[in-house]
Design a protein around this ligand. Structure first.
Ligand SMILES: [Zn+2]
Length: 404
């Protein structure tokens, strides 16, 4: 939507403030029956949705959780980017280890997994920058070299890259939603390449053979696949990031993406998959069904406490049942200013810890004046210590092959 039409559209969403004056007036001059419900608030009482910042009036406990109860591994971070759009031949670091380490120490974060380590020279640079000097604090994953898909022999080349990445020190393989939603037959043109395309089979197998877990991001919130209209519960988020909408065009549906990923997990039972962002955080019954069906599936909670925390009873049961297969992660990006729910920093971790450790009610899921992913707040699930230990550390440590 363009600037003018967007403003116009927001104005039509304006919230009517029911002022005292209007009520008194209605009492004195009773409208005829057919006019009831047609009264409009006066113009000055209108407020654009984007300007609305209601403050909760609830008097409820606010627990500050400055440190995780147990040492934690953040399994989902982006300390660096590799090739995001087009070719990048140098690693782009979002911060320095010297900036990040003191925050980690204060938050009781023992380790961060930098998923977007890239491939080729970029991977080597990224490992040398983060992991080599601090092997007990940072580990780096590699990513597929998708640009090579047009070359003959790609399937074997990609499998060989996994072995090479491991030799360099990489500890796992990361798939952005590039696969399924962006990568096309001629990289940027042609039809979309399917997640379960057989050209990737040797890559999935190699990851399993080298005990490198696969961190995979497939699909997105369900609302991203629906029109960005007044019924969309993430209207403001999609309005701020129009490129996150996968409605229309030739995009597959959420269900098609999920099913393609499921076929990959079924086809490669020796490979361990960590399904990022809970997989389908609006549909925990579905994710539970998948965890029951695929023993090589694990799940991670990054950037989805907004979803988990608005269904605290279902979430608590989910954590109870799958306590050995849920990993702590935040999707943290240093200086990720356009996504408040992901800005690396003390506030971000305190919110996650509060969600996992307390039974506080109705608090913000992101350090932002307005909830950036949807107009709701969340509830803590107060996990017991035995589950916290697993979610914060043990489950990730096992997959990463760390010595406890
Ligand atoms: Zn991420």
């Amino acid at each position: 939507m363009g600037g003018w039409s967007r403003r116009n559209w927001l104005a039509s969403l304006a919230l009517a403030a029911a002022g005292q004056g209007a009520i008194a007036n209605a009492w004195q001059v009773r409208p005829k029956k057919r006019e009831l419900g047609r009264e409009k608030a006066p113009g000055q009482g209108k407020l654009a949705l984007e300007d609305y910042e209601p403050k909760s009036m609830l008097h409820v406990p606010e627990t500050k959780v400055p440190r995780a109860r147990f040492p934690a591994i953040d399994f989902h971070t982006h300390l660096s980017w590799s090739a995001r759009r087009g070719r990048v031949t140098e690693a782009h670091n979002n911060a320095t280890p010297e900036e990040v380490l003191p925050v980690m120490d204060r938050k009781n974060l023992r380790m961060m997994v930098n998923l977007t380590g890239g491939y080729g020279n970029v991977l080597e640079q990224t490992i040398n920058y983060w992991q080599k000097p601090h092997p007990d604090r940072f580990v780096v994953f590699t990513e597929p070299w998708f640009e090579k898909i047009i070359e003959p022999g790609y399937p074997q080349f990609q499998a060989d890259q996994i072995a090479r990445a491991q030799a360099l020190g990489a500890r796992g393989l990361k798939l952005l939603k590039t696969l399924g939603l962006y990568l096309r037959e001629r990289v940027t043109t042609g039809s979309l390449v399917k997640i379960d395309d057989h050209r990737f089979d040797p890559m999935w197998e190699a990851a399993g053979a080298h005990q490198m877990p696969v961190a995979i991001h497939i699909s997105d919130p369900e609302a991203f696949f629906l029109p960005t209209d007044r019924f969309n519960e993430r209207y403001e988020e999609l309005n701020a990031h129009p490129d996150w909408s996968f409605h229309g065009k030739d995009f597959p549906s959420n269900q098609e993406l999920q099913e393609a990923r499921n076929r990959v997990m079924a086809r490669h039972p020796r490979t361990q998959f960590v399904v990022l962002h809970v997989g389908d955080s609006e549909n925990l019954p579905y994710v539970s069904e998948l965890l029951d069906r695929y023993p090589n599936m694990h799940t991670e909670i990054g950037a989805r406490i907004g979803e988990l925390g608005r269904q605290p009873r279902a979430s608590r049961k989910f954590f109870d049942k799958y306590q050995d297969r849920i990993l702590f992660g935040t999707d943290a990006v240093p200086r990720g200013n356009d996504t408040p729910q992901q800005i690396f920093g003390e506030q971000l971790y305190e919110i996650y810890y509060r969600f996992l450790e307390t039974e506080d009610e109705y608090f913000d899921y992101a350090p932002a004046p307005k909830p950036p992913q949807g107009r709701w707040r969340i509830y803590g699930i107060g996990l017991p210590e035995s589950i916290l230990r697993k979610v914060y550390y043990d489950n990730a440590a096992r997959l990463l092959g760390l010595q406890n």
